[in-house]
Design a protein around this ligand. Structure first.
Ligand code: ATP
Ligand code: MG
Length: 646
């Protein structure tokens, strides 16, 4: 659909770390000589004891074992803080922008060191030790980053649970990993609304006997319930603690964190990442993908509750001594101009967000963007879902003023860092394509039987060799790890995503494999049909799933959200079906089209197609795990208005 190509702008090329020739040379070495390549690049971080071994990996389904730098020792907090103190102690590490535009702060690397050491000492004094799990349930305030780094400093394993999750979801995650402590705040603040974090934590902790300590940051000052001997105020405890805390010496393969996946496809998995390979991979991808240079102001809008916040707000940027912006609020508060105002206010150079935010802002029209200058922007990024070419073009033209390349970064909680992505100085862009693999990443497209397909093709996306940032296991359930990722196509890591490779070797993620639709024998990615719908001027968002069809086997069922102010009429319905027919072909024309005032999304903003599939199948009595749904109310409306009643 989108054959348009955007070459690397000269201005971008002239300052870039890597041009196309360099990319090819580095990529070739990374796959031909992974030990040499990763052995050299492993030195980008500081080791207490250097490694002598680099890669030791088996994808054999009977013995899946992934180790990188296995005899080296290091500490992640040391790499994010201490090693920068001499050269850039007084440089800003974190720019914090509050929910209220009047609230902000700058934290230097030296400040960061003090905060992290004090909290680390508080945890130690409460008996938290190396290997213990600590749950972090926080709003987007600097203390969330301090908490992560304090855990890393003493060798405790953090498990962040997004602040939007319910007490039940929180309790389930705390129990699954037997956390000994929780770090939270009295309340969170998002879009002017208070979020009762401590009250939620209290409710969860009633069912979590393993938790002995609850550290509470005062954010709003509202009255909260207090449990003596368990609860301690962050500000009181840290004030009394020493600002000096040595770093625990960690083995490269000691766990750094557990993080539950967003649950788009089922019960969330407790993804476990270890220290050495993760730090090398997160910092290296951050530097190369965002072409990070000293002094750049870099803003990733994710929440630290998602992997993107782990790798690209905290660990990657801070390991690189970067200036990382952290935002407490939401894109629509006080108004739809907020993201762009923040870009101007802090002179942001790199802006990294998700398609769901881009589509929501696009729906508001160009005026909120055009109110702002945005002349500091140099690079834009996207992550989380396939970005529809229509949204890509809007982002490129209206936000980036046709000056800023967009890095469409494909990766997963499981991968620890970005796997398929353009590099700004090296890769010509095609809207909607994540383009090419990062160094060391070897994508393979296989058919249903596991046969590797060559050249321009489409199928299931696997990765044939390990990379340092790969997850090591599902916490407490290695068997589930093996079953989920290594048995479908033995000898390879299976991503669960569908993918197309074009004549230029560019990769296009077509959606989850479960979501691939088979209409009269033709395989079709949901992403393609959705992109066609979104291309229509009246459509804000669309989600497409397959549903049983008497003649075709599977038919196409489309849920469509219209732009603000557009009337949902039967005529428009017909027009949209015709539109898709025209854009892709008769084979893709929707058999059912339902107006959706809202779509079911995970808390991280991803469309939950598995729920839409159930509704389309008229089988909505068992919707599966819906604990990660952001707004359960939208589901009732969709069930009520379903088009495929038996
Ligand atoms: P669960 O695994 O629990 O179902 P999830 O897959 O949504 O949840 P994440 O790890 O947050 O959890 O998301 C990774 C998935 O997001 C990828 O497998 C892919 O489907 C999608 N994704 C991420 N980035 C991109 C991108 N740039 N283009 C297309 N899809 C993307
Ligand atoms: Mg997943």
């Amino acid at each position: 659909m989108s054959a348009q190509i955007f070459p690397v702008p000269t201005e971008v090329a002239s300052r870039a770390l890597v041009d196309d020739a360099k990319y090819q040379e580095m990529y070739d070495r990374s796959v031909k000589d992974p030990d040499g390549f990763w052995g050299d690049h492993g030195k980008r971080i500081d080791w207490f004891k250097p490694y002598t071994k680099v890669k030791n990996v088996s994808y054999d389904p009977h013995n899946v074992s992934i180790k990188w730098y296995e005899d080296g020792t290091l500490n992640a907090a040391y790499n994010c803080i201490d090693r920068h103190l001499e050269k850039r102690g007084d440089q800003t590490a974190i720019i914090w922008e509050g929910d209220d535009p009047a609230d902000d702060a700058k934290i230097t690397y030296r400040d960061l060191h003090g905060h992290v050491c004090r909290l680390a000492n508080v945890l130690k004094a409460r008996g938290v030790k190396k290997g213990d799990r600590v749950c972090i349930y926080m709003p987007m305030i600097p203390e969330a980053a301090y908490a992560m780094l304090a855990c890393a400093r003493i060798g405790a394993v953090h498990s962040i649970v997004f602040g939007g999750f319910s007490p039940d979801a929180l309790a389930g995650r705390i129990q699954d990993s037997d956390c000994v402590a929780v770090i939270t705040s009295d309340e969170g603040l998002r879009g002017g609304k208070k979020v009762p974090l401590k009250a939620n934590a209290d409710e969860a902790l009633a069912n979590c006997p393993s938790v002995k300590t609850c550290v509470v940051v005062k954010r709003t000052g509202s009255a909260i319930n207090w449990v003596d001997n368990r609860d301690i105020w962050y500000h009181e405890a840290t004030e009394a603690a020493s600002a000096d805390c040595p770093c625990e010496e960690m083995n490269a393969e000691d766990p750094l964190f557990i993080l539950y996946t967003s649950g788009s496809t089922g019960k969330p998995k407790g993804v476990l990442h270890t220290t050495g390979g993760y730090m090398v991979y997160a910092s290296m991808t951050h530097e190369y993908v965002f072409d990070y240079h000293d002094g750049d102001v870099y803003w990733c809008t994710a929440d630290v509750g998602w992997v993107t916040g782990h790798s690209y707000i905290v660990y990657g940027p801070l390991a690189n001594g970067a200036i990382s912006l952290m935002f407490e609020g939401v894109p629509s508060y006080p108004d739809a101009s907020r993201f762009w105002q923040v870009c101007d206010k802090h002179q942001v150079n790199t802006f990294y967000t998700a398609p769901t935010a881009i589509r929501a802002l696009m729906r508001e029209g160009n005026a909120p963007v055009e109110k702002c200058k945005l002349d500091s922007l140099r690079l834009l990024g996207s992550v989380g879902e396939p970005i529809n070419p229509e949204a890509w073009i809007w982002y490129y033209e209206v936000v980036g003023k046709k000056r800023c390349p967009i890095v469409d970064t494909w990766w997963q909680t499981e991968t620890g860092g970005i796997l398929i992505t353009p590099l700004p100085g090296a890769t010509a862009l095609k809207p909607g394509s994540a383009t090419r693999p990062f160094f060391g990443v070897q994508p393979e497209i296989v058919d249903g039987e596991g046969k590797v397909l060559d050249g321009a093709t489409e199928g299931n996306l696997c990765i044939s060799e390990s990379w340092p940032g790969q997850m090591r296991t599902v916490y407490g359930d290695h068997e589930r790890f093996v079953q989920t990722y290594f048995t479908t196509y033995p000898g390879k890591y299976f991503t669960g995503d569908g993918c197309r490779r074009d004549e230029d070797g560019y990769y296009w993620i077509t959606g989850r494999v479960d979501d691939v639709i088979n209409v009269s024998g033709h395989r079709m990615g949901t992403a393609e049909v959705e992109s066609a719908l979104v291309l229509h001027k009246d459509v804000a968002e669309a989600a497409v799933v397959g549903a049983p069809h008497d003649i075709k086997g599977q038919g196409i069922y489309a849920y469509v959200t219209l732009n603000v102010g557009v009337e949902p009429t039967d005529a428009l319905k017909k027009e949209l079906v015709q539109w898709v027919r025209h854009e892709i072909g008769p084979i893709a024309s929707p058999d059912w089209l339902q107006w959706a005032p809202g779509l079911p999304k995970t808390r991280s903003g991803k469309i939950m197609r598995r729920i839409l599939r159930k509704i389309a199948e008229d089988e909505f009595s068992n919707l599966g795990d819906t604990s990660t749904l952001a707004d359960p109310g939208v589901v009732d409306n969709l069930i009520d208005q379903r088009q495929n009643r038996k």
